[in-house]
Design a protein around this ligand. Sequence first.
Ligand SMILES: [Fe+2]
Ligand SMILES: [Fe+2]
Length: 258
Amino acid sequence: MNNLALETPDEAKDLLNDRCDSDLISWLDQRMDSLVKEIEQQEFWIILTSPETDPRFLQTMMREIYIEIFSYQPHAIEGAITAIAQMPRSMPVRMIKAMLRHQAEEFDHGEMALRDYVALGGDEQHARERHRISPASYAVAALWNMIADQRDPFAYLGALYPFEGLTPIVSAKAKDILLRRGFPAEALEFVEFHSTEDPKHTELVRHLIEETVGRYPEAEASIQAGLDRFLAIYPIPVWRTAYERACAAHSASRGPVF
Ligand SMILES: [Fe+2]
Ligand SMILES: [Fe+2]
């Protein structure tokens, strides 16, 4: 839209909203790019991607990542659905339906992670009854519920963007490496599923964010805060926890990781 063509305050408002939308989306994408670079510098990523690493260690590390997912995932769903229920009543019902449908699709993904955990030799009873949620996953579980407790539902969309957007990027990189190192395909249900489904979820969240900020410009600050808070606790602390537990388990039973 050309400035000269602006004739009504509504047109000016639309232009401003469009500009805010694209600025916000490029800000979100810049944060994602720098997050991927930060992940690639982590010790756990260097070990995961090194051809020198014992393939059995890769299985142990993925097993520990799966139990982390299993431990925070149901709490994330609970907090997310509560936050969706707190969206403004002026929001179109089709947007609420899209958000709830998405969470319904996520509903049993903790169970999906548990199946992969068991396929890698994990004990289901241990996971369900004895495993204590790690501090890192506790923080992830708490974040979604805190969004709901603070009644700041727009922050939900900001946290959701990297939660959905990161998985396909990392899954695609990790899947190739794992398969080349003889990782059992039957323990890749979670990774396989998310490498194809989460790009669609990321697109959905992107559209929801754009429409939300178009309708409620004040949502932008909450969306940014939601993303910032989430990236302070996910994924690096969670994956580092899994890596450290895998190192301890591996060296106790088999010796060095390399
Ligand atoms: Fe999922
Ligand atoms: Fe997803």
